[in-house]
Each structure stands twice: as structure tokens, then as C-alpha cells.
Design a protein around this ligand. Structure first.
Ligand code: 4AD
Ligand code: MG
Length: 433
């Protein structure tokens, strides 16, 4: 059994000069000066300098000389306060146990993106990736905290599904015994079922999209936080989006300031997101803004990534676009009773060019209308019988949305590409490791 040892951050923060400590971690860097060996040791919490000196060491010197980057070690020693050491403290080693030596590490610095993707399993030990893994943890934790505090039920919808939610074009088909099944694009339809027993529900699940083109914000597999609630209209739901996003930003700024700094994130650009309400523009207004910026989109057409980016330049905080033409949105969105050519749908876009982070709507709760929408989309009502049933047995006004975790992390962390918001990115040409 391994006895628990303190985290390196604990040693830096809580252990005084002369304390005896044992730490475990990996060698990040090692160099020899005079007769001494200095090693920078990493664990999940941070880095500390360890000094090996023949005279004070009970372990044979050969093990110290064989140390190289990524060797895994346990070091016993005493804490010394030294202003020149990174973190202000170092450990003077008295004992070394090496668990695993390491041949020359394939990452030396300066490698290009493709190379690093091919050694992703090792690149995840980098300071940048550690920072991103931690930021994602905090973002997810904050989102969950907000929902739990507000009384929402966590649920576990399936990943293997029988039908599409977001259209056939991005559907992954899998062999399911002797039939076809699909990987979930969204848990929405199942969450709609679950509001009848539980009123207000959420789930965090992987979602899959067979995106044909490679972009800086599309993955084939991503983490999807979805919420659904009875007796919530579109405005109520936009309020939930504001609550979640502002809380996630606040928590990340509060708890991950070192990581944001390491990534050179300009945190002042996030501060406006702390203060909802977020601006709301309709699709029609968005087209007017775009027209002024030289984009001519005809009413009824969807806007693409370039237009979305241009829109985000008009706002310095997240903002909503609402009331889209029916024909560019999914079949389940409720039509606006005042304007049947548009739906009560919304997207939340992040500023600084990041764009869509959330997509949601009030749901069509009228049986006939939904049935016709299913037909109009060319879908088979047989496949959606159970979904249509929800409008038969005690239908209720309800709304929900889906938030792309990696999209949110990407914006909060200020990174260029969505691949680094997930440890093992998947897109069309790539499923390694
Ligand atoms: O806008 P989308 O397609 O909406 C839905 O799936 C709804 N059924 C959700 C719901 O109402 N419960 O996807 C929701 C969010 C997007 O706003 C985006 O953040 C993210 O999922 N997303 C992706 N993230 C990474 N890679 C992709 N290929 C993504 N596609 C969507
Ligand atoms: Mg969308």
C-alpha cells in the first residue's frame, strides 16, 4: 500500500524550512551544476526544485545520474526556503526511489501541431495541457454546482439511439447486433421524456457528430451539457443559460487564475460575462447588423462561421440570437404564435470571434403541429412515436438547451482551437490515440 504523500503545492504553501517531506512525481527537467543535480519535479499540483548532493544522500549516486525527463520518482528530503528557487522553496534530497526511468522524451519544445497530436498521450503532461485539463474540470464543476443548487435532477440518457435529433447529415451509424443504431447527437428527446417524472432535468453526456469538414470548433465527439424543464418558456431558459455561463466564468476566474495566466488569457475580456443579462438580438436584427458589415444574407438563410464571427465583434459579452426562420432550425422548436414563420429558438454566442456555445429552444408542445413538422422534415413519424406521445399524455410547455463544454472551455481559456479543450480529440481524419 502506498502511504499518501503531500502534494507539491502543499509543500510550497504549508511546509517550513527544515520540515522532512516525501513527494512523488515526474522529473520535468534535470541539470547538473558543480557536483550537484537539480531536478524540477512535477505532480498534478505544481513543480518544485529538488537538489541532490552526494554528501547528504543515502541512495547510490548512479540512480541520480540516470534521471532524465519524465522519470517517475519518490523523493525524501528537507524543505529549504530559497528565494531563487521557483516557488520560493526547494527540497534537499536525502533519499530517492525511482519507479520508472525514461528514455529521451520525444517532446523537446518547438514541435508543430501535427507532431504533438501524434504524441498526444505524452503531450498531455505539458503545462499548457495540464492547465486546460484543470480549467475544464472547474468549468464542469461550476455548471453542475449551479444546477444542483437550483434543484435540477441529474439523469443518465442513453448514447445508443434509434433516431436522429439534429438531422441525418451528422449522424454516426453503428452496427447494433443485426440492426443499425446511432450514436447520440443530443440527449434532448430523452430529457424531454424525463421532465414528466422529474420536471427539471440535466445530463452531461458525450455527443457525436459526423462533421465532414475540419474546423477550429467542431469535434466528432464532444461533451454536451443539456437541460430541459417543464413550465419554462424561451425567456426562462435564456435566464438559465445566463446563470450557468456567468457562474462558470466566475468560478474559473476565481479558482484557475494561475492556469489562465499560464495560457496568457486576458481575463479582463471575460469580466463582462459575469454580469447578465446578456444582450438579445433576433435573427432579423442579426441580418441587419451583418448587412451593415457587408454580408448579404437573404432572410431564411442560415449564417455561417464567418458571419457568426463578424456578429461577435459587435458585442463584448456573450449574447443571444433568437427567433430564427423555421426552415433553418430543428423540427422540435416551437413556432412563434405571433409569427409562425419563425421559431422560439435561441443560440448563445461567445464574443471575441468564438461564436455559438449554446443552442436551445422552447419545444413544440402541440401534437398536430409537431406531427406535421416531423413529416415536413421527411422523417418517419413511426420513429418518433414515443416522442409524439409526450404531446398526447399531459403535454406541457417546456424548453431546454445544449451547451458544448469544449466550446465554453475554448472561449474561457482563450485558445485557438477546440482540440485542446479535450484530451483526446476526434475528427474525421483522426481517432488516435
Ligand atoms: O446547437 P446544437 O446542435 O443543439 C442541440 O443538439 C440541441 N438538441 C440541444 C438541446 O436543446 N438539448 O448543439 C448544442 C451545442 C452547440 O451550441 C455547441 O456548443 C455544441 O453543442 N456542439 C459542438 N461542439 C463541438 N463539436 C461539435 N461538432 C458540436 N456540435 C454542436
Ligand atoms: Mg446549434
Amino acid at each position: 500500500m502506498f502511504e499518501r504523500t503531500p502534494d507539491i503545492s502543499d509543500v510550497l504553501e504549508r511546509f517550513d524550512e527544515g520540515s522532512e517531506v516525501v513527494i512523488r512525481g515526474w522529473i520535468h527537467r534535470v541539470f547538473k551544476v558543480g557536483g550537484k543535480v537539480f531536478a524540477w519535479v512535477r505532480d498534478h499540483s505544481g513543480f518544485i526544485q529538488v537538489v541532490f548532493d552526494k554528501s547528504g544522500l543515502s541512495t547510490e549516486w548512479e540512480s541520480v545520474e540516470r534521471l532524465s525527463r519524465e522519470s517517475s520518482v519518490e523523493v525524501k528530503g528537507s524543505v529549504r526556503v530559497d528565494e531563487r528557487a521557483p516557488g520560493g522553496k526547494e527540497i534537499i534530497a536525502t533519499e530517492l526511489v525511482v519507479y520508472g526511468y525514461s528514455p529521451p522524451f520525444p517532446i523537446k519544445g518547438g514541435e508543430d501541431v501535427e507532431y504533438l497530436l501524434n504524441v498526444r498521450h505524452l503531450w498531455l503532461r505539458s503545462r499548457q495541457m495540464i492547465a486546460l485539463l484543470k480549467i475544464k474540470h472547474t468549468v464542469i464543476q461550476a455548471l453542475k454546482d449551479w444546477l444542483l443548487k437550483d434543484g435540477w435532477w441529474e439523469t443518465t440518457p442513453p448514447i445508443l439511439t434509434g433516431s436522429a435529433v439534429e438531422g441525418g447529415a451528422t449522424l454516426f451509424e453503428v452496427k447494433y447486433f443485426d440492426k443499425a443504431a446511432y450514436l447520440s447527437q443530443s440527449a434532448q428527446l430523452y430529457l424531454e421524456v424525463l421532465i414528466f417524472p422529474l420536471n427539471r432535468v440535466w445530463a452531461l453526456t458525450p455527443s457525436f457528430r459526423a462533421e465532414k469538414s475540419r474546423t477550429r470548433r467542431h469535434l466528432s465527439e464532444y461533451w454536451h451539457l443539456e437541460v430541459e424543464a417543464a413550465w419554462y418558456d424561451i425567456d426562462d431558459m435564456m435566464g438559465v443559460a445566463e446563470g450557468l455561463v456567468s457562474h462558470a466564468v466566475a468560478k474559473t476566474i476565481e479558482e484557475r487564475s494561475n492556469e489562465l495566466k499560464l495560457l496568457n488569457r486576458d481575463v479582463t475580456k471575460l469580466e463582462s460575462a459575469l454580469h447578465p443579462p446578456y444582450p438579445r438580438v433576433t435573427y432579423d436584427e442579426a441580418l441587419e447588423i451583418l448587412a451593415r458589415k457587408g454580408f448579404s444574407i437573404k432572410w431564411g438563410e442560415d449564417y455561417g462561421a464567418d458571419e457568426e464571427k463578424a456578429l461577435t465583434e459587435e458585442f463584448d459579452k456573450p449574447f443571444f440570437v433568437t427567433h430564427f426562420p423555421k426552415r433553418i432550425k430543428a423540427f422540435y422548436m416551437k413556432e412563434d404564435p405571433k409569427r409562425p414563420e419563425v421559431v422560439l429558438g435561441f443560440d448563445l454566442l461567445a464574443p471575441e470571434g468564438y461564436g455559438e456555445v449554446i443552442g436551445g429552444s422552447q419545444r413544440e408542445d402541440d401534437y398536430e403541429k409537431l406531427y406535421n413538422r416531423v413529416l415536413m422534415e421527411g422523417l418517419d413519424p413511426k420513429d418518433y412515436e414515443w416522442y409524439l406521445d409526450l404531446r398526447k399524455y399531459g403535454s406541457v410547455p417546456h424548453s431546454g438547451f445544449g451547451l458544448g463544454i469544449e466550446r465554453l472551455v475554448m472561449w474561457i481559456a482563450g485558445i485557438e482551437h477546440i482540440r485542446d479543450a479535450v484530451p483526446f480529440p476526434r475528427w474525421r481524419e483522426r481517432i488516435y490515440p
